[in-house]
Design a protein around this ligand. Structure first.
Ligand SMILES: *[C@@H]1O[C@H](CO)[C@@H](O)[C@H](O)[C@H]1NC(C)=O
Ligand SMILES: *[C@@H]1O[C@H](CO)[C@@H](O)[C@H](O)[C@H]1NC(C)=O
Length: 367
């Protein structure tokens, strides 16, 4: 059989181009502004300015960071997920909100409010003491807008935020650094896992509504990833290299409910503001099946490049840790965080999957 493009295929293709044009438009003189909220997966240096143990400002973090090859506060050997999204937008990377360099024209690029260690809940990551919890990241977003208004005027500032792209990545720590942090944690005594997930989703919805009220109109919301398969969990809870089942169960409960909540919220708002970018499933592809799907990239998705102990999954990544020589071939940089190469693949998948979701939705709405 030969495959000829049907008119439906052509419609899909032209819609894809349309959506690419809308989100990643090169038509404007200046790239779309970009705002980032969440945890260590997307923090690009805010914690450097805080008194906290959750930090990535010492070597070998940043060893592949271009062009300085030095640590920046990103939990990666090089670029992280927001950096690759900025590149797709044709923009420079956003600065951490706490950076003194974030002033003048730099404000027009956007800002990164994320802070390693935080979760949806205020009591997540309390062991890291001084981190920027979600409600505070949103307060900073308001403060940023006041500063921007003072510089370019209120209506221009509103417009910049209205046209911007927003990324939010949060939730993993509510399991790893809260519910499952210690046996019999306060939250695990309070709720069975399914009820805890429901509670998280309802609190997350409030945060997203607040983000909308603050002017965000295009928001990528990522899933938690395969929490039980990270080297840290393989080392501490996994049996014989199998993913830790209780954390996998948490992710399997959380991700679909997150998608449902976003659909409901969009329906309530009467527009597609929130887009699920389920890195859980995507990341799973090369975490659970590196041979088949990503063998051209990774020799392992179990052993962290930097660390010590089984799977290099114990303790922190420090100058004294084991360090792999071939960093592009590792899915995990440290015990919790993807390598630069994995971040690149994750963003490529987010972009293509996001476009497909938008296309399918458009087609459904047309019928
Ligand atoms: C988190 O703390 C802030 C500030 O105290 C508070 O306004 C907010 O309601 C809290 N969030 C939750 C979910 O308790
Ligand atoms: C904000 O963006 C939405 C769609 O993204 C558009 O419908 C609306 O008119 C914009 N509002 C302003 C004030 O620019």
């Amino acid at each position: 059989m030969t495959f000829l493009p049907s008119s439906a295929t052509l419609t899909i293709l032209s819609l894809v181009l349309l959506v690419v044009g809308v989100i990643f438009s090169g038509a404007e003189a200046r790239p779309r502004a970009f705002f980032v909220f969440g945890d260590s997966l997307v923090d690009n240096g805010n914690n450097n300015y805080l008194a906290t143990t959750a930090r990535a400002d010492a070597p070998p973090y940043g060893i592949d960071y271009s062009p300085t090859h030095s640590p920046t506060g990103r939990f990666s050997n090089g670029f992280n997920i927001p950096d690759f999204i900025s590149q797709q937008l044709g923009a420079e990377s956003t600065l951490p909100y706490l950076s003194p360099e974030l002033r003048g024209d730099k404000l027009l690029v956007g800002a990164n409010f994320a802070s390693a260690g935080i979760g949806i809940l205020n009591d997540t990551g309390i062991q890291f003491v001084n981190v920027i919890r979600m409600y505070r990241q949103l307060e900073y977003f308001q403060e940023y807008q006041n500063r921007l208004s003072a510089q370019i005027g209120a209506s221009q500032a509103k417009n910049l935020v209205n046209q911007s792209l927003v990324l939010i990545t949060v939730g993993g720590n509510d399991f790893v650094n809260n519910y499952f942090l210690v046996p019999n944690s306060a939250r695990s005594r309070q709720y069975p896992l399914p009820q805890y997930v429901k509670y998280l989703i309802s609190e997350y919805q409030k945060l997203l509504q607040r983000l909308y009220d603050l002017g965000a109109r295009r928001v990528l919301v990522t899933g938690t990833g395969p929490l039980g398969c990270v080297p840290s969990e393989l080392a501490q809870r996994g049996r014989n290299g199998q993913c830790a089942p209780e954390l996998q169960r948490a992710a399997e409960l959380f991700n679909p409910q997150l998608e449902q909540m976003l659909l409901q919220l969009n329906r309530k708002l009467g527009r597609d503001v929130f887009i699920a970018a389920n890195t859980g499933k995507m990341h799973n592809n090369f975490v659970t099946n590196p041979q088949q799907l990503q063998s051209q990239w990774f020799i392992t998705s179990k052993v962290a490049c930097c660390g010590q102990g089984p799977y290099n999954g114990l303790g922190l990544c420090t100058p004294l840790s084991n360090l792999c020589p071939n960093r592009r071939q590792y899915a995990f940089w440290d015990a919790f965080h993807p390598s630069e190469m994995a971040n690149k693949l994750i963003v490529e998948e987010i972009m293509s999957a996001t476009l497909m979701v938008a296309v399918v939705r458009t087609i459904l709405e047309e019928d």
